[in-house]
Ligand binder design. Structure first.
Ligand code: AMP
Length: 440
């Protein structure tokens, strides 16, 4: 079996049959105007799109895309009426088997893009895993699974979510069914990198049957935590028939290098994510002398603001727990979530937040990316993020899919400098919170 070229690896992982410059990403591009507000169905985004074969055609209706009738039913029944700009450009090329490189962040409709495009290329009559979506967190995996089950409901799509936490035996039991005749093997696997690598090593999934490989939040997956596993996975020798889609909020150099060697003549959708996603979001700060004054300030804010749902971001697990405890002591009903928490508990708390049973959720940056809670109208940065890029992921959540939102940074004098850096990085002014607090 021939392999697509392996990626240049910064780790010590053996790289198989590297072929320099095999990708032709450089001659295919599409860009979305950097001042475009986040997509909303009734907005006309200024988008220019090109690919190696010329300008990418836009499909302004799902009806015109030539989708399988049952997929189309799934799309409409899931509540999508009109494709978002990325969906208008990327679904059809994906259906045609093209590789995809998309710089798009949560809120643009990227999940719908790779789910609709991807499941159009698999055969649900077959009893094997044919599509894999690799994601960095359990929460994102759950969210994508829900979209896939919804859109794929009429084609009989079977989806399995496999992430760290639950015993791998549970995944093996589901995936190994292929050995029995009456099997119901999932067609789509939504998986975190470590678990996927484990499943590949155990031969529970074979690259040979994978027709569509999607890596979501690809920049995050090339960070230290996952880098080695991702390079191992990509170096496994994927068939040339495997279509690859990389989606990422930012285009870091390492990702560009991965894309260049991994993707073949990809369609590229480039979206100036930072500036796009801060549109429509009013950013404020409250400065105080000392860190220990933040708690009182936060309580004051709560008394004054009429909030539907709010996220409070902190940087550490300990701070999340401490803040939750102290807010509760003061009579506020809220919850917290962090990455070191038992996955079932995390899931339960996330569900409560999604369903509105819990109005305020304190979180570490675990939640900063990709978690879709429609009602979130306010994000409070109790601490500024350690990684500047996470600022946009935290704040961007409040303006998802065209919705307006506000953010408030609680800063001490010492953090003023970091905030100035954020302002200049994103080119957006963060205002002193007005005394009348009529921001919502
Ligand atoms: P995503 O960028 O995939 O995280 O999607 C952000 C939000 O937009 C999710 O709540 C999706 O359900 C929603 N969405 C995506 N595409 C569409 C569409 N074409 N019409 C309506 N809602 C959509």
């Amino acid at each position: 079996m021939s392999s697509i070229p392996s990626i240049p690896s910064t780790s010590s992982i053996p790289s198989a049959s590297a072929v320099a410059g095999a990708g032709s990403g450089a001659n295919a591009s599409a860009s979305v105007g950097s001042t475009t507000p986040p997509y909303a169905p009734d907005q006309t985004a200024a988008v220019t799109a090109t690919a190696s074969a010329g300008v990418l055609k836009e499909y302004i209706s799902f009806d015109d895309m030539g989708l399988n009738e049952q997929v189309l039913r799934g799309v409409y029944s899931f509540g999508f009426e009109k494709p978002s700009p990325i969906q208008q450009r990327a679904i059809v090329p994906m259906m045609q088997g093209r590789d995809l490189l998309a710089q798009a962040q949560s809120g643009t409709g990227k999940t719908g893009t790779f789910i609709i495009g991807g499941i159009s290329n698999i055969n649900t009559e077959l009893n094997e895993v044919q599509m894999v979506v690799i994601v960095p967190t359990r929460e994102l995996a759950d969210q994508i699974t829900k979209v896939a089950l919804g859109i794929g409901s009429f084609v009989g799509l079977r989806v399995h979510t496999a992430t760290g936490g639950p015993p791998v035996q549970e995944d093996l039991a589901v995936l190994h069914q292929s050995r029995s005749k009456a099997a119901h093997v999932p067609h789509l696997l939504v998986v975190t990198p470590g678990r996927f690598y484990d499943l590949l090593n155990r031969k529970a999934v074979s690259p040979a049957t994978i027709r569509v490989l999607v890596m979501d939040e690809a920049d995050q997956m090339l960070e230290a935590r996952f880098r080695e596993q991702i390079h191992c996975i990509l170096a496994l020798g994927w068939p040339t028939t495997t279509q690859v889609a990389l989606l990422s909020a930012t285009m870091i150099p390492e990702l560009a290098a991965v894309a260049k060697s991994l993707l073949r003549d990809p369609v590229e959708i480039l979206l100036e994510a930072e500036q796009v996603s801060l549109e429509g979001i009013r950013q404020y700060y409250v400065e105080m002398e000392r860190e220990d004054m933040k708690l009182e300030t936060l309580c004051d804010l709560y008394d004054h603001l009429s909030i539907q749902q709010a996220n409070i971001f902190v940087n550490t697990r300990a701070k999340a727990e401490w803040l939750a405890e102290n807010m509760r002591k003061r009579g506020f009903d809220l919850n917290y979530i962090h990455g070191e928490m038992d996955v079932e508990e995390r899931r339960r708390r996330m569900d409560d937040f999604r369903l509105g049973k819990c109005r305020v959720l304190i979180s570490t940056d675990l939640l900063a990316r990709g978690i879709d809670v429609h009602q979130v109208s306010l994000v409070i940065n109790y601490e500024l993020p350690i990684q500047r890029e996470n600022y946009i992921h935290r704040i961007g959540r409040s303006g998802r899919y065209g919705r307006k939102g506000a953010s408030i940074n609680l800063i001490t004098e010492r953090e003023r400098r970091a905030q100035l850096e954020i302002e200049s990085f994103y080119g957006k002014k963060i205002l002193d919170l007005p005394a009348d607090l009529h921001i919502m």
